[in-house]
Design a protein around this ligand. Structure first.
Ligand code: NAP
Length: 431
């Protein structure tokens, strides 16, 4: 640590996050320099469109027209990538910056979950930082917690709510008894969902975060195999049924290690109303880690938005200012392991299954026979006929069964003439 050292920072991307960070760093320069015992200045900035109105005080000298030039500049120490996307300019910038021995800070989960292994090798060889605290759960300091605060622990499971948009949608559907479609429209109007929220809704955003967290928890290379289901098929009636049964529905991500296999999954999950995770509503995120000797550890906070994300970016900047050159994935790449991946069909769950059926004689007994033929035992049944519609909804809660058997049961049921639409499965988390 050198208290006379001044680090030159370049910020590329001045959208939601980049413009907030630019203002925050300018306003808090002295405070942060004193805390870190090293100074910094924003020497360059770049974005796509120079003519865009930004309400930022950018000098002529600071603006770089072509982002590629940023990593060629000799006077740049730290490059902060806030463009987004796994390919294109963000990828070119981060690879180029690390190859040119610049410290890199990024909030880009898509890039890190896809190219994190390659990037961390370059960072390690060139002895520069690659920091990505802001890529996972915004203001929740989960990456630094795993790398530093929990360093002494053997972690065997990480799970939680990793996406604020989907959590807001599910919480609002529950609170306002509204449909998925109406809720997403409202979320966009309030700024809780982007105009194209597909990666939040289809589970891909959570999947990227689970992959990054898994490799940090288990000292492994990034494992591409992950089971992903989103929330777009969750109906109001699922929320109502969940309530009747004492549950709430959450989109959760999980990664656990059994033997030599990592099991990664993202799917809507029924959690007991009395559980901690059921109380994490709205745009909040929460991460639960199980390890030894810590036991169960929970961190909660705002998962996205400029202020929470800036908090994470500043912790990354401080890490560089303090001369904290760390391996990007906690340990040297030469020591990271390659685990094989387990499949969800080999795991055991209690499950919620909703069947929309023709309301006629013998259906329920045929359904229960199919469950028993597939070695799935039933714990509870709720049957609700729809008035005047000659249809009925059957909700079945199963005892813990192998997921493979549940999926075979659903396949058999789907072929039956009395089934009106594809059976809905939601797995139950009893932990
Ligand atoms: N928004 C959040 O709450 C949040 C939370 C955590 C992490 N993140 C991550 O933070 C990153 C930035 O997100 P954001 O919400 O700030 O995105 P954004 O508002 O869309 O901003 C993207 C910025 O990148 C610039 N850009 C695009 N193409 C470029 C190019 N070819 N060369 C130079 N600049 C280019 C844009 O320039 P113009 O301004 O000229 O169009 C814009 O300033 C993403 O990786 C995102 O996943 C966001």
């Amino acid at each position: 640590m050198n208290k006379n050292k001044i680090y030159n920072i370049a910020i590329v991307g001045l959208g939601n996050i980049g413009s907030y960070l630019f203002k925050f760093l300018n306003k808090n320069r002295n405070y942060l320099s004193n805390k870190n015992n090293a100074g910094f200045r924003i020497i360059y900035v770049s974005a796509k469109n120079k003519k865009k109105k930004r309400n930022l005080k950018i000098t002529k000298k600071q603006w770089i027209g072509n982002y590629i030039d940023v990593f060629k500049k000799k006077d740049v120490d730290i490059i902060i990538e806030l463009i987004g996307g796994a390919e294109g300019p963000a990828k070119k910038l981060v690879f180029g910056a690390l190859k040119n021995k610049k410290h890199v800070i990024t909030a880009n989960k898509a890039l890190i979950s896809k190219y994190g292994d390659q990037l961390s090798k370059i960072a390690e060889i060139n002895k520069v930082n690659l920091e990505f605290e802001a890529a996972v759960c915004g203001g929740v300091p989960i990456i630094r917690s795993i790398k530093e605060g929990l360093i002494g622990n053997k972690i065997n499971r990480i799970c939680g709510i990793f996406n604020g948009t989907s959590n807001y949608v599910l919480s609002s559907m529950d609170l306002n008894k509204s449909s998925f479609k109406d809720t997403i429209t409202k979320a966009k109007a309030l700024g809780y969902a982007e105009s194209n929220p597909s990666s939040d809704i289809n589970g891909d955003d959570v999947a990227s975060k689970v992959k990054i967290l898994s490799s940090l928890c288990f000292n492994s290379f990034i494992n591409e195999n992950i089971h992903v289901e989103g929330i777009k098929d969750i109906k109001e009636e699922d929320i109502v049924n969940a309530n009747k049964l004492g549950y709430k529905i959450k989109l959760m991500g999980f990664s656990e290690i059994f033997g030599n296999k990592i099991f990664q999954r993202v799917h809507p999950t029924l959690v007991k109303k009395t559980s901690y995770i059921a109380g994490v509503d709205g745009v909040l995120n929460a991460v639960i880690i199980n390890g030894k000797p810590i036991g169960k550890n929970i961190i909660q906070g705002e998962g996205a938005g400029p202020s929470a994300t800036t908090s994470a970016l500043v912790s990354d900047i401080s890490s560089v200012l303090r001369g904290n050159i760390k391996f990007p994935f906690a340990i040297s790449n030469s020591k990271r392991k390659k685990y094989s991946s387990g499949k969800i069909i080999d795991l055991f769950f209690s499950s919620y299954i909703r069947l929309d059926v023709k309301d006629k004689y013998g259906v329920l007994s045929d359904v229960t026979k199919i469950f028993s033929n597939n070695k799935v035992s039933i714990k509870r049944v709720l049957q609700s006929p729809y008035k005047n519609k000659k249809r009925s909804s059957i909700v079945i809660i199963t005892h813990r069964s192998k997921d493979n058997y549940i999926q075979k049961t659903l396949k058999t049921l789907a072929k039956k003439s009395y089934i009106i639409q594809k059976p809905k499965l939601i797995r139950i988390e009893n932990g």
